[in-house]
Every structure is written in structure tokens, then in C-alpha cells.
Design a protein. Structure first.
Length: 202
């Protein structure tokens, strides 16, 4: 049986490999970096939970994916709008779930890799698979549409979910600060003025 070659060991590539292996199809993942999650430093990301009637965690379970990684539901957040006003929101249902990205235990990346390995998926690190040799290309966008910069740090501050939608902070983008369980991530993402992202981030 042919082994499906997948270029890229991000969430998309590993998810593809996981589902192929679950259905009895051999899969091998090729990643140019020495490990998964290399571009992240155990930073927080938010997986939204408001466009599906099924809870995010239940959706994962329906796919057979174990949620054995850091996962925290968020039901309260503050949004700063372009007019400078703050809006405090509360929801009975989680608006999103915080997860961690990176190459350490507790991250979604390492969890997916472990679950893929349990299914028999092969991983080839430090290997750049040419697109012409890949059955599935999961290496991300070919062009830069946006740019982000983040800072990860430890803190004793209480949990915070703060989102800024204001061009004076991030042109055509946003800024967020997530604090949970003593860990914090501040990220600025913009779709314009890439040359000034350092200035805006400071």
C-alpha cells in the first residue's frame, strides 16, 4: 500500500496524517525543522468556540483526538474597540479555548505528534520535502498576508483575556493579552505596515 507523504508537521499536516492512519492508510510527515512546534515558545493561542453548535472539546473527541494538552475554556473577556471604549463580555458557553503551541509537553503540537506516532505515522525531521514529491502540502501560505510578533512570560497576575481592535495599536490587525495559570502571551498581529511592527509592538 502506498504511503501518503505529507509536507509540514503543523496542525494541518499532523491532523491529516492522524485521520489517514485512523482509516488504515499509511502516512509519513516531513518537516524541515528538527521538531514540531519549533516556531512557537509555548505561547497561547485561542481556538474559537462560537461558530459550531458542538463544543470544541466535544468536536475533538468525535474525531478520536485526545485532549491531553493544555486546554482552558474562556467565558470572560474584555475588548477595546477603535473608539477607545472597553467592552466586558461574559458567556455561559466558552467563547474560545486557550491552548499552548510549542515543542514541549502540554502543547497541542507535541500532543498531536504523540497521537500520530501511536497510530503508526512516520516522522522525518530536518527534511524539506519538495512540493512535487508531496501528496499533501501543509506548509502554510505561500505568500505573507499578515505578520505577528509575540512575547511570552511568567507572571503572578490574575487571569486576563484582553483584545484590542484599534488601528493605532495594530494597523488592520489586533493585539491580545492572554494570562492564565501564571503564564502570559502578548501578541500583535497586523495586515499592514510590516516595516513598523517593531515600533507598534513596543
Amino acid at each position: 500500500m502506498k504511503t501518503i507523504s505529507i509536507a509540514g508537521a503543523g496542525i494541518a499536516g499532523m491532523s491529516c496524517a492522524y485521520f489517514l492512519a485512523t482509516n488504515g492508510i499509511a502516512a509519513a510527515v516531513y518537516e524541515k525543522n528538527p521538531t514540531v512546534g519549533k516556531q512557537y515558545s509555548m505561547s497561547f493561542q485561542a481556538f474559537e468556540n462560537f461558530t459550531d453548535d458542538i463544543e470544541f472539546i466535544e468536536r475533538l473527541r468525535s474525531y478520536g483526538i485526545k485532549a491531553d494538552f493544555y486546554l482552558k475554556p474562556v467565558t470572560e473577556l474584555t475588548i477595546r474597540s477603535p473608539d477607545g471604549k472597553e467592552h466586558h463580555l461574559k458567556s455561559k458557553k466558552p467563547v474560545w479555548h486557550l491552548i499552548k503551541r510549542g515543542n514541549q509537553d502540554g502543547s497541542l503540537d507535541v500532543s498531536l505528534m504523540r497521537q500520530c506516532l501511536e497510530k503508526g505515522v512516520g516522522f522525518n525531521f530536518n527534511t524539506l520535502l519538495p512540493p512535487g514529491n508531496a501528496d499533501v502540502i501543509a506548509t502554510g501560505p505561500s505568500k505573507v498576508g499578515g505578520l505577528a510578533r509575540e512575547c511570552v512570560f511568567e507572571t503572578e497576575h490574575e487571569d486576563v483575556n484582553y483584545l484590542v481592535m484599534d488601528n493605532s495599536f495594530a494597523p488592520n490587525g489586533y493585539v491580545f493579552l492572554f494570562v492564565a495559570d501564571g503564564h502570559a502571551t502578548m501578541t500583535l498581529a497586523t495586515l499592514g505596515r510590516f516595516d513598523r511592527i517593531g515600533e507598534y509592538f513596543e
